[in-house]
Write a protein that binds this ligand. Structure first.
Ligand SMILES: *Cc1c(COP(=O)(O)O)cnc(C)c1O
Length: 391
């Protein structure tokens, strides 16, 4: 019995299989069992595959307690495809979207609106600050043309967590629709669809759910989804059409990413075994704590104060020491088996390290050791940033 357990655990632990560990915002390191789940060729009209799709949709709904009130509509592609599908489907041609921006993913929603030629407006906050709930309230009072609001739950640009509950309450008090990009929080940071009032929310397979890239999904309030027929300017990204087709024959309209869905099915099973969103969140918080404590011991500073930081990905300020060169730092860490991520900030010189994926204490500790070794090799003596944390 003990042996079987050990074996099962090994199988579902992270397995980089000789590739470097990915300390990034996705794609991420997955378990061996998730990778193995893809070693099958199922037909898209096959009964077993239809059951896989059904199980995935049900369990995604379960993660937000959306049974009965919400629908899960999957869509092929990376996360951005799902966000674009959500905006195109939920924002009618005569609608207007107010976008709360404090990073690159909020700005991407504005770009999507430009492509779709949808009326929109942004309220921009600095990247190291939460989105501005008071300004949102004022804007909704002032402009009756705004039909919907969009917000990014965890802005992966910095790793900041935005106050989703407060935003949702303000939007609901003005009777407008809320569209959420929950890409990098879904599955690790709780979202309760019975308490947070949103029309639609999107996420993808390859972040906190620990599947492989290739599919996104939208969780939508059924009443809101029903009203979206005919809105979408795109056929392949029309979530209403995808939903009605699935409702009638349980099948995808166009070729589904079958292998990716088999992997996601397995990944969701492993999420359940880990204790669901609470269990996964606890492992990521521990990864995050070990990482930040270890980096601070080395002299690094985080961009964000601890209270604004999600346990997903951490932005560190680059050391001012002239011996520090991010390109060389990155390459040498990769040689030692760890891939980190460049910064995406407009304002400060930074880099990012992710806490998500099939990683735990062993990998984070080993990454910290590798970081210390590389700093020694480079001759970096002081990891303090140039001007300290952004004000
Ligand atoms: C990853 C991510 C996306 C989607 O990015 P893709 O590269 O299209 O998968 C969107 N929003 C946020 C906040 C993300 O972290």
């Amino acid at each position: 019995m003990e042996n079987t357990l050990t074996q099962a655990n090994t199988e579902t632990m992270g397995d980089a299989g000789g590739d470097p560990w990915l300390l990034t915002p996705g794609p991420l390191s997955t378990s061996l069992s998730v990778k193995r789940a893809m070693l099958r060729d199922l037909g898209s009209r096959d009964r077993e595959f239809i059951a896989v799709t059904h199980r995935i949709r049900e369990s995604l709904l379960g993660l937000v307690d959306g049974y009965g009130s919400h629908e899960c509509v999957p869509v092929q592609g990376s996360g951005t495809f799902a966000v674009e599908a959500m905006i195109g489907t939920f924002l009618p041609e005569d609608g207007k979207l107010l976008i709360l921006v404090n990073g690159a993913y909020g700005k991407r929603i504005a770009r999507i609106c430009e492509y779709l030629r949808r009326n929109h407006q942004i309220i921009e906050s600095p990247e190291h600050r939460s989105v501005d709930v008071l300004a949102l309230d004022k804007a909704l009072t002032a402009d009756a043309d705004i039909t919907h609001v969009a917000v990014v739950h965890c802005e992966t640009t910095t790793g900041i967590i935005n106050p989703l509950g407060a935003v949702a309450d303000v939007v609901a008090s003005h009777c407008r629709g809320l569209l959420v990009d929950a890409m990098s929080s879904f599955g690790a940071i709780p979202i309760d669809a019975r308490r947070v009032n949103f029309d639609a929310l999107t996420a993808s397979s390859n972040k906190c759910l620990e599947g492989v890239p290739g599919v996104g999904f939208c969780i939508a309030r059924r009443d809101a989804l029903r009203k979206t027929q005919g809105n979408s300017p795109s056929l392949s990204l029309d979530l209403h059409d995808q939903w009605s087709a699935m409702a009638s024959n349980s099948q995808w309209r166009f070729t589904p990413p079958t292998h990716c869905l088999l992997a996601l099915d397995q990944a969701l099973e492993e999420l359940t075994v880990e204790g669901g969103v609470a269990g996964r969140g606890a492992r990521y918080r521990e990864n995050h704590r070990l990482l930040v404590e270890g980096m601070r011991r080395l002299g690094f500073e985080t961009l964000l104060p601890d209270g604004l930081q999600a346990p997903i990905i951490v932005t560190f300020l680059s050391p001012a020491d002239p011996c520090f060169d991010f390109g060389v730092f990155y390459d040498r860490l990769r040689q030692r088996g760890f891939v980190i991520y460049p910064g995406k900030l407009t304002a400060a010189d930074t880099f990012r390290v992710g806490c998500i994926g099939r990683l735990g204490e062993t990998e984070i500790t080993a990454a910290l050791t590798a970081i210390r070794e590389v700093l020694d090799e480079l001759g970096v003596e002081n990891c303090a940033p140039a001007a300290g944390r952004a004000a």
